[in-house]
Design a protein around this ligand. Structure first.
Ligand SMILES: NC(=O)c1ccc[n+]([C@@H]2O[C@H](COP(=O)([O-])OP(=O)(O)OC[C@H]3O[C@@H](n4cnc5c(N)ncnc54)[C@H](OP(=O)(O)O)[C@@H]3O)[C@@H](O)[C@H]2O)c1
Length: 325
């Protein structure tokens, strides 16, 4: 019988990992390997090395890590730095020692410099100062992607890294304080609808521009990168190439959720970075095309959120939205 490729997806219970498992599980030539945190804590170096030595893993897609929105990042910088550093070095180090064929590491658009020219090219990495609110997370993520690059340069390992834009979709984190902009905003609109609220207020002017990608499109892009003969293993951005303002996003969300009240902006609140979009020329040259429009993706995500009761129990007295992504 031909050997099935053993693909280990770390963080398979998360937003990205679960999408990767969905995308890979239809492939008859692939056997997907997963471990929960309880089965294998990636902070535990000994356990990670033992796991890799026991299984003949062909490919690793590293999607595990400590991830959160601006509030969570800002208030726990040490935890974000320490945990992401350990998890990345344990997984990448064990993969290198145990002859894993390929490793795709997921970086993030959040780790580019605060004032990187727009749209952000891969060359912008480390070209100027980071955003201070998520510096811990960014330093750890950059160390991980540099570790891949250096194992490639020093030992010829086929390890490389992708930089996804803001992602959303089924399996996202809808927590009231630690969520990213789309699930956070979806929660606020849903709660306003359920409570019969008259308005939803977004922070700032609503003018900052943001880019979003459905996580199933991200998974397609990762598989394309892993299989492409033309990919040169340099850092590669993954985005939709489309941007919209926070106000446009809020109006789209209002329609998707079916909230009948008003959407108001509060310009006394901070706006955040005026524009954040990735240059995806490298990915487009490999033939990538996103398949899920933002409207369709939001509708599917809302249906998933309702089916999984992620908004329960509803909260009171928090009418605003944080307008950062
Ligand atoms: N979400 C985005 O918008 C976005 C954008 C760009 C890049 N990314 C990158 O994509 C990757 C995944 O993000 P995500 O949004 O999917 O995060 P997520 O939903 O929070 O999932 C992270 C997963 O990692 C697991 N994990 C964390 N620490 C672990 C440990 N010590 N041992 C074992 N498992 C551990 C978590 O397990 P538990 O379920 O047990 O907590 C969870 O399943 C991250 O590297 C992130 O930087 C995400």
């Amino acid at each position: 019988m031909p050997h099935k490729k053993q693909v280990y997806v770390t963080g398979h219970k998360g937003l990205v990992g679960s999408a990767l498992v969905r995308a890979l599980s239809g492939n008859p030539d692939v056997e997907v390997i997963t471990r929960t945190r309880q089965e294998l804590d990636l902070l535990n170096q000994g356990a990670v090395h033992q796991f890799f030595s026991r299984y003949a893993i062909d490919i690793v897609i590293h999607a595990a890590g400590k991830v959160g929105g601006i509030v969570a990042n800002q208030s726990a910088q040490a935890d974000f730095l320490y945990e992401n550093l350990l998890v990345a070095s344990n997984v990448i180090g064990a993969a290198a020692k145990n002859s894993v064929g390929k490793l795709l590491y997921l970086g993030s658009s959040c780790v580019y410099p605060k004032l990187a020219p727009q749209p952000i090219r891969e060359e912008s990495l480390l070209s100027s100062a980071l955003e201070s609110t998520n510096e811990g997370y960014a330093v750890a993520k950059i160390a991980g992607l540099k570790l891949c690059e250096m194992f490639r340069l020093q030992y010829g390992k086929d390890f490389f890294a992708a930089m996804p834009t803001n992602l959303y979709g089924p399996g996202d984190n809808f927590h009231p304080t630690s969520s990213h902009v789309i699930p956070g905003m979806m929660r606020r609109f849903h709660e306003a609808k359920i409570k019969g609220g008259k308005s939803v207020i977004i922070w700032g002017t609503g003018s900052p521009l943001r880019e979003f990608l459905h996580v199933d499109d991200l998974a397609r892009a990762c598989i394309l990168i892993l299989n492409s003969d033309q990919y040169d293993k340099k850092l590669i951005n993954i985005g939709s190439g489309e941007e919209l303002s926070i106000l446009e996003l809020a109006l789209l969300m209002q329609q998707v959720v079916g909230f009948k009240g008003q959407v108001l902006a509060d310009p006394s609140r901070p706006d955040g970075t005026p524009r954040k979009r990735l240059d995806t020329s490298r990915l487009l040259a490999l033939g990538f095309k996103p398949q899920i429009s933002l409207r369709e993706g939001l509708a599917k995500t809302y249906a998933w959120a309702l089916a999984h009761q992620v908004f329960e129990p509803p909260r009171r007295n928090e009418p605003t939205i944080i307008a950062h992504a």
